[in-house]
Design a protein around this ligand. Structure first.
Ligand code: BGP
Length: 462
């Protein structure tokens, strides 16, 4: 038997904006707004309005999650739903009732709730008025929202996370133009990265001051481990900087309470360092995470840049490294991401050796596949053997990492029920449970049945 540690979390993750639908939501987040002004930016012009109808269907959905063996679920509380007046941080009572019902329903059926506070879904008004995460005013407003969440739900929710993949906000909105407002501005990107880290530390400060019983707080990072194309000093240097920028910029403040000095030196030399203060440095120092969530999809392979990093032009972090397309790599062509399960072992060992072996869990992993109806059998079940293989391979490497002493306490799949994706909408499906978006009929896939057995046995017969 491949056995996992006792009380291992077997579960899955989704987010409010990708599952609930906009029903009765007072404010638009940046994605709601982007869809309003430019539906053609979204696959098949499908927006987040209905998503997977979790707002109306949560009881049935949670029951299905239980049926695939999940003992825990991460979702998020939408800032744009919970808060009524964004400046005064008053709450919308309908939203409070909704999240109370969801949390109570989860506890009733034995699904441990993990609640995230920000999953790319900034209320658009705060972008329009203050420039969103560019502004420390927005950091304060977010902290007020977080505090409300702890007050309202902290008696029952014992696991909180401050952000999901803050790096995606930096890259999508400020560097590589894949999320609204699609800016290209390296200097702003640096400040946004800092402010997101600061928001997390300040929310943690509020959380700690409240002294909630048995509750823990963490953050969710997309760790894309960096692999250099070769042993050459140039490729190794490219990998060092890519690792600093993509991973350490968030990992180190979260775990150690300060930014990596090598990164600060590089940004200072390039004249783009963030605005900081001694007071803020003290906040980082005192407010580190209790546990880490790691989203892992694909590795980051890099090589020395073709163009010299000191070339003339606006500052961008990727002037220091180029993407390396490794010949012979395995790829999920529907999403374009490399499949490299061994990275989960490397992550496990990295956390053990370089990050104080902090308790951590895989907070997302998964494979988005298009047109899964082609695998539907006569009973209407999708036979997604490729997903079973994918999960099994990843769990095998994770297991090796745990056996080597890494302090991993769970594995969450992205996602329980096929849900809406940012620009890809419903193109690629990730769930253990399929969703017909026209009828909202949800059906367990073969992978869901397989996962139930694994969860029940806390492993599988090797
Ligand atoms: C992660 C996000 C999720 C989810 C997932 C799948 O980066 O945290 O929100 O969307 O990726 O990616 P995509 O939906 O882009 O295929």
């Amino acid at each position: 038997m491949k056995k996992f540690p006792e009380n291992f979390w077997w579960g899955a993750a989704t987010s409010g904006p990708q599952s609930e639908g906009r029903f009765h939501k007072k404010h638009a987040n940046v994605f709601d707004y982007h869809y309003e002004i430019d539906p053609s930016a979204f696959y098949d012009q499908v927006g987040p309005d209905t998503a997977s109808n979790f707002y109306n269907d949560y009881k049935n959905d949670l029951q299905l999650m239980k049926e695939v063996g999940m003992n825990s679920l991460r979702t998020s509380i939408q800032w744009s739903r919970l808060i009524d007046d964004l400046e005064k941080n008053t709450v919308d009572q309908n939203a409070v009732d909704f999240y109370n019902h969801v949390i109570d329903a989860m506890l009733e059926i034995g699904l441990t709730p993990v609640m995230n506070l920000h999953h790319f879904d900034l209320p658009v008004e705060l972008y329009q008025k203050y420039g969103g995460w560019e502004s420390k005013k927005v950091v304060e407003l977010y902290v007020g929202f977080a505090e409300k969440c702890f007050e309202l739900f902290g008696d029952r929710v014992k696991y909180w996370t401050t952000h999901n993949e803050p790096m995606v906000v930096v890259e999508g909105q400020y560097l590589f133009q894949f999320h609204y407002p699609n800016l290209v501005d390296g200097k702003k990107a640096v400040q946004v990265a800092y402010n997101l880290n600061l928001a997390s530390a300040k929310a943690i400060a509020k959380f700690k001051a409240m002294d909630l019983k048995d509750a823990q707080i963490g953050t969710v990072l997309n760790l894309t481990p960096t692999y250099a194309a070769s042993e050459s000093p140039e490729d190794q240097e490219a990998a060092r900087i890519a690792e600093l920028w993509n991973n350490k910029m968030f990992l180190e403040p979260a775990i150690f309470g300060h930014f990596p000095s090598e990164l600060e030196e590089l940004l200072t030399r390039d004249g783009v360092l963030w605005e900081t203060s001694d007071e803020e440095k003290a906040i980082f120092k005192q407010n580190t995470i209790d546990f880490l969530g790691v989203n892992y999809y694909h590795p980051n392979r890099v090589k020395a840049p073709d163009v010299a990093p000191d070339s003339v032009g606006a500052w961008m972090p990727d002037r220091y490294y180029d993407a390396y397309d490794m010949p012979g790599r395995r790829v999920n062509l529907d999403r374009g991401w490399e499949i490299y399960p061994q990275a989960l072992y490397d992550i496990a060992i990295n956390i053990k050796e370089n990050y104080g072996n902090i308790p951590w869990y895989v907070s997302e992993n998964g494979m988005g596949v298009s047109n899964e109806e082609r695998f539907m059998n006569a009973d209407g079940m999708i036979e997604d053997d490729y997903r079973i293989e994918f999960v099994k391979e990843h769990l095998t490497w994770l297991h090796k990492g745990i056996e080597a002493g890494s302090n991993c306490f769970g594995y969450h799949m992205w996602t329980p029920i096929d849900c809406w994706s940012w620009l890809n909408a419903y193109k690629n499906r990730y769930g253990f449970i399929s969703n017909n978006i026209h009828t909202q009929i949800k059906t367990i896939k073969k992978s869901g049945r397989w996962f139930k057995q694994v969860a029940e046995q806390n492993g599988w017969e090797a």
